[in-house]
Ligand binder design. Structure first.
Ligand code: GDP
Ligand code: MG
Length: 672
């Protein structure tokens, strides 16, 4: 039998990704705020290997405003899905069905999945599924994606509909003037629509809404456009509303009637009422921001002051044991000393210096995913809207910026959720100032070496320092290259939900996996390369003193740039350069170049830098240009190397100036 592809379509936050994971057994990121899924993801259904489902970004309607919404609409129109699984949040059906009415016009077999039925039931609500099915003309299946209820039933109904090519039995939900207009338009464009392979009824609805994309994709002639305009002006005059409002009004009137017949509303659910109470405090005018900072600082102290160091010491001991075992084995096997040094001082030292910080990173992400999953982060986006507006952005930009603390690559991709190009480009420029988790090992090892008593405090300063520079830079952009205002911010606040342990664990595992993969690929290779380059001179003769190696000769060329910043040693310059492959490489490189096993690195560093130099070095690493993966993402999202290179140059320039300020300022104050 032929393979079937289903599109998962629904509003943001209605549980598409949860259902996708349930169906495919995969582990895509689920978050309790809009904008988590920005690209389509495919997966095979576990119980039906011949069925593929595609998770798509959430949309409210089929008229796209943002780049991620275009992904969803394009897939429906041109991706040739065998069927559509339209998933809706049954606790807010009225809003969700708005999309459903547009989907049935596409003439694709469609099944409606009423998700979150567990919440509806728990609050005494009821939905007459049979009546709704009869009224809408498509199969309707109540499910709970997170509890895996009804998912199998949904699957078999969808497959049956697709195999039988059972089209929605009803497309006509309109009445009165709008009805007349749509039918005349359908008539008018029928042939053109067929040529363009777009369902005529769908095309007519979009034209009636005044969607300019549609008129172009149908290649309407001048006279057809004229006639269309005439029909629509008549409709507007008769209806007393503009075209978009008239269409929306028609759809909502129908939905209201449908819900009145089939839904016993539970009233506000327990979750919603609880959320309102919680929000009175957490989003109140005075307390919102202080509470947010309070929470973040607490998380930092728990992570870097308490839990992280404890777990790190265990990890370090384990790594020491491995190192001991490894060197013993190499000696026993009679491996030659150069190769032994390559393995131990090159590969192992590099990888281990990064690996020992794995527990800290996982701990930090444990806390962050609690905040995300509970729905708190969506509030913060809402609260920070006021602050972000001051620097010319809106609360929508908060989500990408937040993701930036994890990794700039998905953060830059997440800017696709922003509707205006101006907001988008500006957010991309600010994202790298949010210190990504790959820099954590650098901060960890430096704070251990120089400020063992005040580690959490210094970490806080670094993170907030990055944000502060980002804010200043944003102000500068707002008043120069990015004049104008961000578009207004509307974001739905999801109900607070207890984070599910599975999703939190998943989140931690994702982070750990990224980190492990990087340690054993990029860091591994970089450590080997650095070791080789520092062990030989240009004639490939082994050198005793690495300052005569080829690496030293090359690095000395760029080292002078850093003299004003206080660190002119070629090894520091090398670490910054290898850091461009991945920021963790700064640590692994220093570890290889200073000849450290992982435990001694802090001690060696304390002799290598003065505290003031260390702070200057940290400042520079915090702010200088992002790694190659992030630069590639910038190029992709901004459409060209020119933008990417200018971003690189600006960031590095800012980093240099700030580090200069820190170092020279510190010297004036007599600190070093
Ligand atoms: P998406 O934006 O449509 O991909 O939605 P997600 O799959 O990321 O889910 C949004 C939120 O709804 C998450 O917090 C899920 O845990 C939660 N959720 C999903 N399905 C259900 C369900 O059936 N019942 C309940 N109570 N919560 C759910
Ligand atoms: Mg999703």
């Amino acid at each position: 039998m032929k393979e079937l592809t289903f599109a998962l379509i629904g509003n943001p936050n209605c549980g598409k990704t949860t259902l996708f994971n349930q169906l495919t057994g995969s582990n895509q990121h689920v978050g309790n705020f809009p904008g988590v899924t920005v690209d389509k993801k495919e997966g095979r259904v576990r119980s039906h290997p011949d069925v593929v489902v595609v998770d798509l970004p959430g949309i409210y309607s089929l008229s796209p405003y943002t780049a991620e919404e275009v992904v969803s609409r394009d897939f429906l129109l041109h991706g040739n899905p065998a069927g559509v699984i339209n998933i809706v949040d049954a606790t807010t059906l009225e809003r969700n069905l708005y999309l459903t009415l547009q989907l049935v016009e596409l003439r694709i077999p469609t099944v409606l999945a009423l998700n979150m039925m567990d919440e509806v039931r728990a609050n005494g609500g009821y939905i007459d599924v049979a009546a709704m099915e009869a009224e809408l003309g498509i199969p309707v299946v109540p499910i709970s994606a997170s509890k895996n209820e009804g998912v199998e039933e949904l699957c078999s109904r969808a497959i049956r509909a697709a195999r039988e090519k059972a089209l929605p039995r009803r497309v006509d939900f309109c009445t009165g003037e709008v009805h007349r207009a749509i039918h005349s338009i359908t008539h008018l464009v029928e042939q053109k629509a067929e040529l363009a392979a777009i369902p005529a009824r769908f095309a007519a609805s979009k034209l009636a809404e005044g969607d300019p994309l549609m008129a172009d994709s149908l290649h309407l002639t001048e006279s057809e456009r004229h006639l269309l305009e005439h029909l629509l002006s008549e409709m507007e005059a008769a209806h007393g509303m503009d075209r978009e409002a008239a269409m929306a009004d028609m759809r909502y009137t129908y939905i209201e009637k449908l819900c009145a017949q089939t839904v016993v509303r539970p009233g506000d659910t327990k979750e919603q009422l609880r959320s309102v109470e919680i929000d009175k405090v957490l989003t109140s005018k005075f307390w919102a921001i202080p509470i947010f900072f309070g929470i973040m600082v607490t998380i930092f102290f728990l992570t870097f002051g308490l839990i992280g160091p404890f777990l790190n010491s265990i990890m370090e001991e384990a790594l020491d044991l491995v190192a001991l075992g490894l060197s013993g084995a190499l000696v026993r096997w009679g491996v030659n000393p150069t190769l032994r040094s390559l393995v131990l001082d090159g590969a192992f030292a590099g990888v281990a210096s990064v690996l020992s910080f794995l527990p800290t990173i996982v701990t930090l992400f444990f806390f962050l995913s609690l905040l995300e999953d509970s729905g708190y982060m969506a509030r913060v986006a809402f609260v920070t809207d006021r602050l972000l507006r001051r620097i010319g952005l809106s609360g929508r930009s908060f989500v990408p910026l937040l993701i930036g603390f994890g990794c700039s690559v998905p953060a830059i991709m997440a800017t696709r959720t922003l509707a205006s190009e101006r907001d988008r480009k500006m957010t991309i420029r600010l994202t790298p100032f949010m210190s990504c988790s790959a820099k954590l090992p650098i901060y960890s090892v430096f704070t251990l070496a120089f400020f063992p008593k005040h580690r959490a405090l210094v970490m806080c300063c670094l993170y907030f320092g990055g944000m502060l520079v980002g804010i200043l830079y944003g102000l500068l952009l707002k008043n120069t290259a990015f004049k104008g205002n961000p578009i207004p911010f509307v974001m739905e606040l999801p109900a607070y939900r207890l984070p599910s342990p599975k999703s939190v664990l998943l989140h931690m595992w994702e982070k750990a996996k990224d980190f492990l993969v990087k340690a054993f690929t990029i860091i591994f290779v970089a450590s080997l390369v650095v070791w080789c380059l520092q062990s030989f001179d240009f004639g490939f003769n082994p050198v005793d003193d690495s300052s005569r190696s080829m690496l030293a000769s090359v690095s000395r060329l760029i080292a002078p740039i850093f003299i004003p910043l206080g660190f002119s040693d070629w090894r520091a310059a090398t670490a910054l350069v290898t850091g461009l492959s991945a920021k963790e490489a700064v640590v692994s490189t220093l570890s290889v170049l200073l000849g450290a096993g992982d435990a001694e690195l802090p001690t060696l560093l304390a002799g290598f830098f003065t505290p003031l130099q260390a702070v200057s070095f940290l400042t520079f690493t915090l702010l200088y240009m992002p790694c190659v993966a992030a630069m590639a993402a910038v190029k992709r999202e901004m459409g060209g190397w020119k933008a990417a290179v200018s971003l690189m140059a600006q960031q590095t320039g800012v980093a240099w100036l700030v580090a200069l300020f820190v170092y020279q300022g510190g010297r004036l104050l007599g600190l070093g």
